[in-house]
Design a protein around this ligand. Structure first.
Ligand code: COA
Ligand code: AMP
Length: 633
């Protein structure tokens, strides 16, 4: 047996011993009473009774251990032309002082703080400062609209919001303050204070009494030490798309998260303390939480905060410059970033201009890594390209080629093997319990308990947690993905089993978009599907049936629908195609045939189900799609 196989088996046979050993990597104020409390399945608690502080483990302990002068974080912003480094000592001091400022605002252990920040170092400072005082942060991605922010405010009920005055997208500056004011106007819950980091590109107007200037608060504050919290206390809530428009508040606890993430740095990514790790994502997504902020710092690495895009800031060579300038050992990004680079630099001319001597591995996740992209990246970069599979819910990889154990052969289209701790099974969708044979597609589930770091529940919604993940296959966590395991035990992740689509590595709910379209006064019914896109993997496409008697020009209504989704969900939805149709294809029981519509739009062969109400509707849909240029050439 290889060391991977031994560890994998150990992690399933005796999870408590396995994760007690991994927990030695973390500094505890008090060790646990029990490694795992499994008394109340499916609610499992790791390291029950233990006390620690995540910020201490990310910062102070490394200063104590002699890493004070090492870079903890490098901010590289082609958007503003800045590059700035923070040593562990500097970052600890800044975070301790800002934590003092938060405490000065009356924010205390257990309080929620919503963070709405672009990719600036202060985003990490805000997260770590919350962790330092035991407050629970909830970061919202900058591409979400006020309504989405308001939903999160009402669910998390934050005492404060920390935001920057603006975010920068190529060619436009997005003033954040009006979005926040709009969200607070809409929400029933009103946060007591709003802390604004003024950026010179667009300064925010402040609301007296409620709003505070970050720098002023910081200047007046004294640094505070870390507050020990229970390992089982929440560190953060991260909202992610669920099967309706209402996002799910994924809870991450402190202890299990710290253990799993630190362990993953060596075992999954083969990174050692002192090395440079770059996750080119955004702090608003789980990848940003786990691998821009927490894991690299827990492991004593240098992390990169990159404010830019893979292309256009200023060109398709920007990733290679960052790798060269900061001696990056491993880059983690979404395949879509590589598709964007390849589109602009198919021959890799930019790649040839940079020095890759420190670069070791490229990790891809967030969406299916298409073989074409992997092969191109391998050929161009001449390093292993490792696909790995994970979800907001787990917070770290479920399936990967765990590089710390030695690389396994890559099979294109597969994220390789289950990561230790994850007992992955392929379950028959029909009966929800029997296991599929090797090579047969089914629902991907993980036998409970999930390893440390995975969500213990949804924020104040145990019932939602149970219904969403645990009810359908008793004793298992339902991932929402379908796929199979081949004869060598390799995983293949094929599709979602729900209404989630993956647009440029961003997880979105088509159900959420349908709710928005349905709210338009002229819309009688609608359906949103995810169609294939060469750059973004998938993009949403909406079909609407208008109310009887509406006779305004179709183009006008379609534009309004596109604008409405942008206004209600945000630009990140990338909703640009709305098509008006006479009728939607349905089964006789009224179920909309979204799968068939998707196949027509993608130009795939399809079988109309025997239960279809009226097959002529499929011809109508095909004609509307053809007139709009789909299937795309
Ligand atoms: N704040 C405000 N708006 C944002 C935003 C933010 N933080 N992030 C994206 N947007 C906007 C974009 O400007 C775009 O607006 P537009 O419709 O006016 O053009 C819209 O949201 C859609 O964004 P996106 O789907 O990301 O498309 P893009 O054309 O801006 O960029 C890629 C395409 C592929 C370059 C980009 O998505 C990318 O780098 N993705 C890979 C990395 C990644 O983020 N992965 C996520 C998880 S690992
Ligand atoms: P998110 O919660 O945003 O990380 O999205 C998680 C979903 O993205 C998963 O359930 C998958 O559908 C998809 N996903 C993530 N990584 C991969 C991968 N490596 N291969 C295939 N799908 C992936």
């Amino acid at each position: 047996m290889t060391s991977y196989e031994k560890d994998y088996q150990r992690s399933l046979e005796d999870p408590e011993a396995f994760w007690a050993k991994a927990a030695e990597g973390i500094s505890w104020n008090k060790t646990w009473d029990r490694v795992l409390n499994a008394d109340n399945p499916p609610f499992y608690r790791w390291y029950e009774g233990a006390e620690m502080n995540t910020c201490f483990n990310c910062l102070d302990r490394h200063v104590e251990d002699g890493r004070g002068d090492q870079n903890a974080l490098i901010y590289d912003s082609p958007m503003t032309g800045q590059v700035k480094s923070y040593s562990y000592r500097e970052l600890t001091d800044i975070v301790a002082r800002f934590a003092g400022a938060l405490a000065g605002q009356g924010i205390k252990r257990g309080d929620r703080v919503l963070i709405y920040m672009p990719m600036v170092p202060e985003a990490a400072v805000a997260m770590l400062a919350c962790a330092r005082i035991g407050a629970i942060h909830s970061v919202v991605f900058g591409g979400f609209a006020p309504k989405e922010l308001a939903t999160r405010i009402d669910d998390a009920k934050p005492v404060a919001i920390i935001a920057a005055s603006c975010g920068l997208e190529p060619g436009r500056t997005i003033a954040y303050k009006p979005l926040i004011d709009g969200a607070i106007d809409m929400s029933a819950h009103k946060p007591k204070s709003v802390i604004i980091l003024q950026r010179p590109e667009c300064e925010a107007e402040m609301t007296p009494g409620r709003d505070h200037d970050w720098r002023e608060l910081e200047a007046a504050a004294a640094p505070v030490p870390c507050t020990p919290v229970l390992a089982t206390d929440p560190l953060y809530i991260l909202y992610t798309s669920g099967t309706t428009g209402v996002p799910k508040g994924v809870v991450r606890d402190n202890g299990g998260h710290a253990v799993a993430l630190r362990w993953s740095m060596k075992h999954v990514y083969n990174i050692n303390p002192g090395e440079v790790f770059w996750a080119a994502s955004d702090v608003g997504w789980v990848v940003g939480h786990s691998y821009i902020v927490y894991a690299p710092l827990l492991h004593g690495c240098t992390t990169i905060m990159f404010e830019g895009k893979p292309v256009g800031t200023p060109d398709a060579g920007t990733f290679w410059r960052v790798i060269q300038d900061h001696k990056v050992k491993a880059l983690f990004t979404a395949p879509t970033a590589f598709r964007a680079i390849r589109q602009q630099d198919p021959e890799g001319e930019f790649i040839a201009k940079y020095d890759f001597s420190d670069f070791d591995t490229l990790f891809l996740a967030g969406e299916r890594a298409d073989p074409d992209t992997i092969i191109w990246a391998q050929d161009q970069l001449k390093v292993p390209v490792i696909d790995h599979w994970w979800q907001t819910e787990t917070g770290w990889a479920i399936g990967a080629n765990c590089m710390g154990y030695g690389m396994k052969p890559v099979k294109l289209g597969s994220p390789t093997l289950p990561v230790p701790g994850y007992d992955i099974r392929i379950i028959n969708e029909e009966d929800g319990k029997t296991e599929m044979k090797r090579g047969e597609i089914g629902v991907i589930a993980v036998k409970l308990p999930l390893p440390p770091g995975s969500l213990p529940t949804l924020w104040q919604n145990d019932e939602g947690f149970f219904k969403s993940y645990m009810a359908d296959i008793p004793g298992y966590y339902k991932t929402g993905d379908a796929g199979y395991i081949d004869e060598d035990g390799y995983l293949f992740i094929m599709a979602r089993t729900d209404d989630i689509i993956n647009v440029a590595g961003h997880r979105l709910s088509t159900g959420g978009m349908e709710e928005v379209l349905a709210s338009h006064r002229d819309v009688a019914e609608c359906a949103v599907i995810g169609i294939q896109d060469k750059l973004k993997g998938q993009i949403p496409m909406g079909f609407v049936v208008l109310n009887a008697g509406v006779n305004r020009p179709a183009g006008e209504i379609e534009k309004e629908l596109v604008a409405l989704v942008r206004e209600k969900i945000g630009p990140v939805a990338a909703f640009k195609i709305a098509l008006i149709v006479k009728r939607l294809p349905k089964t006789r029981s009224g179920k909309i045939l979204r799968g068939v519509m998707r196949k027509i739009a993608d130009g795939e062969a399809y079988n109309a189900p025997a239960t279809i109400d009226d097959p002529a509707i499929l011809t109508e849909i095909t004609e509307v799609l053809a007139a709009a240029g789909y299937p795309a050439k």
